[in-house]
Design a binder for this molecule. Structure first.
Ligand code: PHE
Length: 448
């Protein structure tokens, strides 16, 4: 194992922005608004916030403890903390999940670039909703256009990852995340001035508990997992670059709150707009590509809003893609004789190969299915619904039952007269509550 020159995040703000960068992604801007739409709005939001607090924060802290204490990649961290056991298989499952998620994530990041370019050229205007729908379908099923974008996206990601932790990932996050927040803020303020602002906000914030089903509770927990990048060693890898003076519970609380805020603000940006221009929120994943172009074109200076929105989506998705890329690269780099640059390039090239299949599953390969799902959907399902919950389940069991409590206490380093109570409570959560919740989500998504 290569351990020299692993690198560190140089500053505390770099730690925060990079970690927020992995968490905030398509899950927040693309998936969250339509999940809220499908699950009836406000009541779902309430459960989501609860899931973040009770499942999200302890889960993030667990990965931080493993990563920071071992100072190693997703696989070797378990080898170091639990030598001669099989726990490091959690790490293998994480590296595999990282690779497979990239296979479809890179395709979608490519779509955001196409839409950003279309918006810049002013061609996202003058069509009806049906025509925007057709435009998206034609593009996504095109034999090579989406592939060109995907290759460009992987090249950008490789450029960042090959430059290392502080010189690449931290630098990129320090530049991109402030731009992201600025755009998000501007779009949020604009949405308060739209004609149906109050209707959209009421839909989002007024809890209608009659709409709350067990299914929405489980969906909220699943969303928490994906959105926080939990269960696949991404946070283990990133926290292995944290210095010893980084306060883990504090960073965890900050990342979870910012991630939740971004999800809610994205919904605040989208719902008033959708209601104001007579559309329906329950449009599923195509909401941002098929419905929003028509919404933007009806706004004053619509082109500007379209450009800002797709730039927002692109930045969110790119920083998450970089974190996935880093998980696989760190493992390869530290376990082979390849340089970081070569490892990162190899990962990017392999992802492009997988991405070709994922992308073509909207066109030429649409009839090729695995358990009744297209390749794209199968990659999404196998990772988000199987590998992440299984990984998360075992990480919580590992931290709750197996890991020496003194390691947990050292890494949490809480200075408070009642610190031992907090640590005890935390370990109980990781032993029983967190694995039980994850198990329930898993059963529901796989067999429900
Ligand atoms: N959290 C990212 C999002 O919300 C997705 C992701 C999952 C990234 C797992 C890394 C690891 O889009």
């Amino acid at each position: 194992m290569k351990t020299e020159n692993r690198g560190n995040f140089a500053s505390k703000i770099g730690v925060l922005l990079a970690t927020v960068g992995t968490a905030v992604g398509l899950g927040n801007v693309w998936r969250f608004p339509y999940v809220v739409g499908e699950n009836g709005g406000g009541a779902f939001l309430l459960v989501y916030v609860l899931a973040l607090l009770l499942l999200g924060i302890p889960g993030v802290i667990a990965e931080f403890i493993v990563g920071r204490h071992s100072q190693a990649n997703a696989v070797d961290s378990f080898k170091k903390l639990a030598p001669k056991t099989k726990w490091h298989w959690i790490g293998y499952s994480g590296v595999l999940a990282g690779f497979l998620i990239m296979g479809y994530y890179a395709v979608v990041v490519g779509w955001t670039l196409e839409y950003l370019m279309q918006a810049c050229m002013g061609s996202l205007s003058g069509l009806t909703t049906e025509q925007y729908g057709q435009m998206f379908d034609q593009f996504a099923s095109h034999p090579y256009l989406p592939l060109i974008w995907m290759v460009i996206v992987m090249f950008v990601s490789h450029f960042v990852v090959s430059k290392g932790v502080s010189g690449g990932i931290e630098k990129a996050s320090n530049i991109l995340m402030p731009i992201f927040f600025l755009i998000l803020l501007v779009m949020m303020v604009n949405s308060f001035f739209l004609p149906a602002a109050s209707e959209g906000l009421t839909f989002l914030f007024k809890p209608d508990l009659s709409k709350l089903t067990p299914v929405s509770v489980l969906t909220a927990m699943g969303q928490t997992f994906f959105s926080l990048s939990l269960g696949m060693g991404c946070l283990i890898t990133y926290s292995s670059y944290f210095k010893k003076d980084v306060k883990l519970p504090k960073i965890a609380a900050q990342v979870v709150s910012i991630d939740a805020m971004v999800a809610v603000i994205s919904a605040v940006v989208i719902f008033p707009a959708v209601f104001s221009f007579g559309m329906q929120p329950e449009q599923g994943p195509s909401l941002v590509f098929k419905v929003l172009p028509n919404v933007f074109q009806q706004m004053p200076v619509g082109i500007l809003w379209a450009i800002l929105f797709y730039a927002l989506l692109f930045i969110a998705a790119l920083t998450s893609l970089i974190s996935l890329h880093e998980v696989v690269t760190a493992y390869l780099y530290e376990n082979t004789s390849m340089s970081r640059k070569k490892s990162s390039f190899l990962v990017a090239a392999l992802v492009c190969v997988l991405g070709v299949f994922a992308s073509l599953s909207f066109g030429k390969l649409s009839s090729l299915t695995i358990f009744g799902k297209t390749i794209f959907d199968a990659l999404d399902f196998f990772t988000a619904s199987i590998l992440l919950p299984v990984g998360g389940f075992f990480i919580s069991i590992f931290v709750g039952w197996f890991l020496d409590k003194r390691i947990v206490a050292t890494e949490l380093r809480i200075k408070h007269p009642k610190a031992h109570l907090f640590i005890k409570g935390y370990i109980y959560m990781m032993r029983f509550f967190v694995p039980a919740c994850i198990f329930a989500v898993f059963l529901f998504t796989v067999f429900g």
